[in-house]
Design a protein around this ligand. Structure first.
Ligand code: NAP
Length: 318
């Protein structure tokens, strides 16, 4: 079969021949219809992700949409290495196949679950956002952050503040539910003031952080108190991505002067939690309740697609 084959960490995969997969116990063979190209695919192939492959060659791609032998159209995840989603066929755990509702085309069905489920679980399972709370999305101009803005509103957040760099993308966020926007790439003193202003008197209850690095350091400086005072309600900062940097310098003062709790996404969720979130996101997608922009690219063009930086999610079609 043809596939996006990675032979060396740090290099783009190539469109090449790869052996056909065979199913073991509890596995299913999928004829792939569409597979999205996400930051995690690039991080895994670059060798910078904790789960980057130790043995090569492998086929790239962590999830996609395809057909089972009986013709059912499904979203699948977790291909068994060395197989991957960016191929004509793959092999996945039978339990990681979810039927795709009508009304959701292959490209959107392939693109939506990873960022949508991540955003939903980040907000409800991990950060436990409650109705009426103020939520800050750091990196709201990205694909996952844009979905987090929409889903935070659906979950009943009282005020959603969206922070990002790209002015055009930032401008579109109010129509998706953002109550205010913050330009991340402004001078740091101004950015600090913007975080303070948009947090309002009650401050942020939940922060979903897709950027980390310097913007997060400026945010933490903004919420650090400079006087002895009764502490505000808990601030739950959820670390999800590292688009601006893999590390921050964490000053003790922010932890001692506020009720800040820093959480991580904590690996894979429990199966029943994942299944419920997957069905919810696919249903919202099919109903048009949440939106994602996609662009379809031929799998044979994988090398060029790998180097692109478009704002819409690229979806590879075998
Ligand atoms: N753990 C999980 O479950 C999970 C799931 C999905 C995503 N993620 C992670 O979350 C991050 C974002 O994913 P995505 O799908 O939204 O990616 P994306 O569409 O490429 O968006 C990247 C976001 O990061 C911002 N950004 C990039 N470089 C930056 C910098 N130097 N300084 C400040 N902001 C910067 C971008 O801002 P502009 O576009 O405005 O420049 C944009 O908001 C990635 O690290 C990804 O791996 C994790």
């Amino acid at each position: 079969m043809k596939a996006a084959v990675l032979c060396e960490l740090g290099k783009p995969p190539r469109f090449a021949e790869f052996s056909d997969p065979a199913a073991g116990a509890g596995e299913a063979i999928v004829r792939v219809l569409a597979a999205s190209l996400k930051p995690i695919d690039r991080q895994l192939a670059a060798g910078t992700h904790y789960a980057s492959p130790r043995a090569l060659p492998v086929v790239c791609g962590t999830d996609g949409v395809g057909q089972l032998a009986d013709g059912t159209r499904i979203f699948f995840g977790g291909p068994r290495r060395p197989y991957g989603a960016m191929a004509e066929q793959t092999v996945v755990p039978a339990g990681f196949c979810f039927s795709v509702p009508e009304g959701l085309d292959d490209a959107r069905a392939a693109a939506l679950p990873n960022p949508g489920v991540s955003a939903l679980l980040s907000l409800n399972s991990r950060a436990r956002v409650a109705k009426g709370e103020t939520v800050l999305i750091l990196g709201a101009t990205g694909i996952t952050g844009t979905l987090a803005v929409q889903i935070a509103k659906l979950l009943g957040a009282g005020r959603v503040v969206a922070a990002g760099r790209n002015p055009e993308a930032l401008e579109r966020l109010p129509e998706l539910g953002a109550d205010a926007t913050i330009q991340l790439d402004q001078p740091e003193e101004e950015l600090k003031k913007a975080f303070t202003r948009e947090g309002g008197d009650g401050g942020f209850h939940v922060i979903i952080d897709y950027v980390w690095g310097r913007p997060t350091e400026v945010l933490l400086a903004a919420i650090t108190r400079s006087e002895f005072a009764a502490v505000n309600p808990e601030i739950r900062l959820l670390q999800v991505g590292e688009s601006a940097g893999p590390a921050i310098s964490l000053h003790a003062a922010v932890l001692r002067s506020t009720a800040l709790t820093i959480l991580g996404t904590a690996g894979m969720p429990a199966p029943e939690v994942l299944v419920a979130a997957m069905h919810q996101v696919l249903a919202w997608g099919a109903a048009g309740t949440i939106r994602i922009e996609t662009e379809q690219v031929r799998l044979s063009d994988i090398e060029q697609a790998w180097q692109r930086t478009e704002r819409q999610r690229l979806v590879l079609i075998p």
